[in-house]
Design a protein around this ligand. Structure first.
Ligand SMILES: Cc1ncc(COP(=O)(O)O)c(C=O)c1O
Length: 409
């Protein structure tokens, strides 16, 4: 038996605690609990028939290929399909600017390894995606956050923060944003702010990381150009784009893609060589088929209609169950899978979580979505997984739980 494993762990791993959300999920095994906690797409939207069909054909036609190692940067079929998928969104890039990864989370891990030394600064929204915080944390950076606003990141706040850091000779390595239907708030960044963020990036020579898993899940309003495409219009080179297929297609396959300047993609590829080597061919071929032969546009329209109905039910029930006098507010997203609830300051959702389980409902306490100084009176709600009936019931239970905490009838 080795004496004291902990003393042998790398410095970066000594304090590293991984994903705290995962530990909360262990408490949700009771089938009576309606969970609004995960970020799961609904299995109702899984293309099960198409998956079986393509899978059977693939295994019949090329079983040996599926069982073999494959290209590190990505299978050609998927690379071509992704480049086409991006052109549909006004992004026209050569294959040198693209890397296939094993999920969105894999891209975040690669990015952290590529850019961050211990003590380096990352500028981000408050709140922001917890998975990004967890991935970057492995390199022990310092997070500097600015409160997000109703129309997205506070760009003036980012500027002020950069100026303040410059006085200490600190400069963020990159700015991390989720501009479309942000996880966890559901907030979307306005066009003006996207342009202002690009100005800021140019002025201070700081790259932008645009993480965009939800872009195609818009239920209301007009699509806003991605920051990557706006940058391309100005000559490009300032933005690294992170995408994943998993919310639109199926999380089980673990495939995503990253786009950016060729020298960044080359280095990200080197890191992929050192961690997962290649992404399974089967998974990549399934994703290529998803983009090219499973009726993509029709599927997306179906998802939009289906999730919009759930969002509507959720928002209507919230309005009915949380009258203004309770002092509870929530975001009203135009798309995505999440919304953000803010409770009166005296309620700590890290504690409320355990009350809520007794009321047979679950959410993610907001604190995990902050790189520093969490707002503990917040929670993230997912509205894509539970059925409409369950959503309505869950809101009623949540309201009962909060009323109980506030001591009101
Ligand atoms: C903003 C954001 N980025 C990345 C990911 C990771 O996606 P994946 O499941 O592909 O690892 C998620 C998943 O919830 C996300 O919300």
């Amino acid at each position: 038996m080795i004496h004291d494993w902990n003393a042998r762990f790398a410095d970066n791993m000594q304090e590293y605690g991984g994903y705290s959300i995962g530990k909360l999920f262990d408490l949700l095994k009771d089938p009576e609990i309606i969970s609004l906690a995960g970020g799961l797409p609904s299995p109702d939207m899984f293309l099960k028939h198409e998956m079986r069909l393509v899978s059977g054909r693939m295994l019949d036609e090329n079983l040996e290929g599926v069982m073999q190692y494959t290209a590190i940067k990505g299978e050609q079929k998927l690379v071509d399909a992704v480049l086409g998928f991006l052109r549909r969104d006004n992004i026209d890039i050569p294959a040198d600017n693209l890397l296939i990864t094993s999920s969105g989370q894999h891209g975040l891990d690669i990015l952290g390894r590529l850019f961050l030394n211990p003590g380096d600064t990352v500028l981000l929204d408050r709140p922001t995606f917890a998975g990004a915080i967890v991935a970057f944390q492995m390199q022990r950076p310092v997070f500097e956050g600015v409160d997000i606003e109703d129309d997205g990141s506070n760009i003036d706040g980012f500027r002020a923060k950069i100026e303040e850091l410059a006085k200490d000779n600190r400069k963020p390595k990159f700015i991390y944003v989720v501009p479309d239907f942000q996880n966890p708030t559901g907030i979307t960044m306005s066009l003006e702010k996207r342009l202002a963020l690009l100005d800021l990036s140019r002025e201070w020579d700081i790259p932008i990381v645009e993480d965009s898993p939800y872009r195609d899940l818009r239920y209301y309003g007009e699509t806003i150009p991605s920051i990557f495409s706006l940058d391309q219009e100005r000559g490009g080179g300032h933005v690294i784009g992170l995408y994943t297929f998993l919310k639109l297609f199926c999380p089980g396959l673990r495939v995503g893609f990253k786009i950016g300047p060729a020298e960044v993609i080359d280095k990200m590829t080197n890191i992929k060589e050192g961690n997962v080597l290649n992404t399974p061919k089967y998974n990549q071929d399934m994703c290529a088929a998803f983009l090219t032969e499973m009726g993509l546009e029709e599927h997306l329209s179906k998802c939009v209609k289906y999730y919009r109905e759930k969002l509507d039910v959720f928002l209507e029930t919230m309005k009915a169950c949380f009258p203004a006098e309770m002092g509870v507010t929530w975001t009203k997203p135009e798309g995505g899978l999440f919304l953000w609830v803010t409770l009166p300051e005296e309620i700590d959702t890290n504690e409320l979580f355990y009350d809520a389980i007794k009321y047979k409902v679950a959410f993610v306490p907001g604190s995990v979505f902050f790189g520093e100084n969490p707002a503990n009176n917040t929670m993230r709600i997912n509205f894509s997984f539970a059925t409409k009936e369950e959503l309505a019931k869950a809101v009623e239970r949540l309201s009962g739980c909060v009323r109980n905490r506030l001591g009101i009838e």
